[in-house]
Design a protein. Structure first.
Ligand code: A3P
Length: 277
C-alpha cells in the first residue's frame, strides 16, 4: 500500500518528456509564434521553444529523437510544438497520424494577401536589394503592374495563401473537429477571445484571459503583461509585427481577385466564413 502511494507521488512530481499531444501545424506568417507564446502562459502547457521540424525534415531520426526535443512535463500537462511548414508537407498528415491518431491540430490562418506581403517582408529583411513584391507576385510585371497581368501562383508567398488544398489533405486523415482553425486577424484584434477557443479545444481550463494582454500602440500589436520567462510587460521579438512595404493598389486588387475562389473553397470546406476582403 505504502509503496503504491509512494510511486503515485513520485509519478506526479517527476517531469517526463512525452511526444506532443497537440501541434501548431501552420500557417507560416499567420501568427503561429504569437499563438504559441500565448499558450505558454498556461500552466498546463509545455512547449518546445523552437521549431522542431520533425515531420518535414527529421522524420528519419525517429520518434525517440522527437520525444527528446520536448520539454519535460508533469502529469496533466500537455506537450506542444509548432512548425508551420507541416501545413504544406505532403507526408505530414500520415506521419502525424502514425505518431498519434488522437493528436490535436491547430492552424492559424489570415487574409492570404497580407500573409503574402508578410512572407515577402521576411525574405526582404534577410536579403537587402530584393526586387519589389510586385515583380514577384505578377507574371511579366516588369513593364506595368495590374491590369491583365496574371498572378504568379507558383511563387511561394502567393501559393501558401491557397489554404484549401493543404486543408483538404489534413482532413483526409483527421476529422474536422480535431483541426482547429485560429483566426489570425482575431488573434491580433482580440487575443483573449481567440485564446478561449484554443483553450476549450485543448481541454484546458480558461486561464489565459484579457488580464494577460495589453495593446502596445507603438508596436501596434497585443503584448504580454508578464510570462513565465519575463515578469515584466513585453512584446514578441522584432521579427514579429514588422512594417510592411507599400504595395501598388492594383497589384493588391489583382491578388484579392485571385484568392477569391480559393477563399470561398476554404470557407466551404471549413464551414467558417473568414470574410477576408
Ligand atoms: P508581420 O511581422 O508580417 O506583421 P508567424 O509567427 O507565423 O511567423 O507570424 C508572424 C505574424 O504574426 C506577424 O506578421 C504578425 O502580423 C502576427 N502577429 C499576431 N499577433 C502578434 C503579436 N501579438 N505580436 C506580433 N506579431 C503578431
Amino acid at each position: 500500500e505504502q509503496g503504491y502511494e509512494y510511486r503515485r507521488f513520485e509519478k506526479n512530481v517527476t517531469p517526463i518528456k512525452k511526444l506532443p499531444d497537440a501541434l501548431i501545424i501552420g500557417v507560416k506568417k499567420c501568427g503561429t509564434r504569437a499563438l504559441l507564446e500565448f499558450l505558454r502562459l498556461h500552466p498546463d502547457v509545455r512547449a518546445a521553444g523552437s521549431e522542431v521540424h520533425f515531420f518535414d525534415k527529421y522524420y528519419h531520426m525517429g520518434f525517440e529523437w522527437y520525444r527528446e526535443k520536448m520539454p519535460p512535463t508533469l502529469e496533466g500537462q500537455i506537450t506542444m510544438e509548432k512548425t508551420p511548414s507541416y501545413w504544406v508537407t505532403k507526408s505530414a498528415p500520415k506521419r502525424v497520424y502514425a505518431m498519434n491518431p488522437a493528436v490535436k491540430l491547430i492552424a492559424v490562418v489570415r487574409d492570404p494577401v497580407t500573409r503574402a506581403i508578410s512572407d515577402y517582408t521576411q525574405s526582404a529583411s534577410k536579403r537587402p536589394g530584393l526586387p519589389p513584391f510586385e515583380e514577384f507576385a505578377l507574371l511579366n510585371s516588369s513593364i506595368q503592374w495590374g491590369g491583365t497581368y496574371s498572378v504568379d501562383a507558383s511563387w511561394p508567398p502567393v501559393r501558401l495563401g491557397i489554404y484549401a488544398r493543404p486543408y483538404r489533405r489534413w482532413l483526409r486523415r483527421f476529422p474536422k473537429s480535431r483541426l482547429l482553425l485560429v483566426n489570425g486577424e482575431r488573434l491580433v484584434a482580440d487575443p483573449a477571445a481567440e485564446m478561449v477557443r484554443v483553450q476549450d479545444f485543448l481541454g484546458l481550463k480558461r486561464i489565459i484571459t484579457d488580464k494577460h494582454f495589453y495593446f502596445n500602440s507603438t508596436k501596434g500589436f497585443p503584448c504580454l503583461l508578464k510570462s513565465e520567462t519575463k515578469p515584466i510587460p513585453h512584446c514578441l521579438g522584432k521579427t514579429k509585427g514588422r512594417n510592411h512595404p507599400r504595395i501598388n493598389q492594383s497589384v493588391i486588387d489583382r491578388l484579392k481577385e485571385f484568392y477569391k475562389p480559393h477563399n470561398q473553397k476554404f470557407y466551404q470546406l471549413s464551414g467558417v466564413n473568414f470574410s477576408w476582403p
